[in-house]
Design a protein around this ligand. Sequence first.
Ligand code: SAM
Length: 263
Amino acid sequence: MTGKQDADGYSNLDSKERLQRISRSNRLFAQWLENNPESTFQDYYGYMLEQHLDQGHTHPTLGCNLIDGRVYGKSGKGMLKRLISLGLKQNHICVDYGCGSLRIGCHFIRHLDSGCYWGLDVNQRFLSDGKDLIGQDLRLRKSPNLHLISDETMAQARTARPNFIFSKSVLLHVHPNELATYFDRITSLMAKHTKLVIDATISGQTVQIEPLSWAYSKAMLEDMIARFGCCVRTLEEKTVRLEAAERDGGILTMLIWRNGETP
Ligand SMILES: C[S@@+](CC[C@H](N)C(=O)[O-])C[C@H]1O[C@@H](n2cnc3c(N)ncnc32)[C@H](O)[C@@H]1O
């Protein structure tokens, strides 16, 4: 990744430059797919971010070199506070879907009883970084379940009957063509009693807001969630400016539960 990178990525670009970056990136993705015909956008995301981290750049959520002076192991506690307010207990089973390098997961691992935390991701490098970052002592004391997403590891997580699942800063990086697979997989982990918390960047309609990020319409997300047999309630909605799309959008946090159950 080249360009005028600053603390939050490329916020000092004007909207024309942002749109050009998006077009260029989409062309690169199309070329990459020709060379990797079995792969998907989620693999491309990992490929791009691995290079970004290898070049020593900062990132809002991945690796140890976080933006804006955020300190790994200190920042990222908001989700734990939110789930505690929704009833999370120390002996509950909790799945962090798209856990990356455990920026948020490290707080859950410390808080929960041994073996209760499950961190699942599509990228082995981010998981390995996370294992190194939390250190051997915490791994030995708390035995977190850290797995690459596969049919087998999904079945294992499902069998654990999670009380809570959360997926933070993941949905915005899911390509529109892979959105149904994302919801299919994540809702398949839910037992009757599971509470699922997902955040999304929203806009009036689906729009690509960065080379690797999308905003989705709230109504479309709610329809998709209903298609997978679930109900949804808004926990929080904050207005944000989506610069590349030159429009206002929002950051939405949703609570999702199975139809017929109580949230
Ligand atoms: C921006 S990082 C967020 C990591 C972590 N949730 C956090 O907030 O620190 C996005 C993560 O989602 C993962 N990811 C991307 N697409 C995914 C998908 N379709 N299913 C599950 N994980 C995905 C990436 O590999 C990456 O680890």
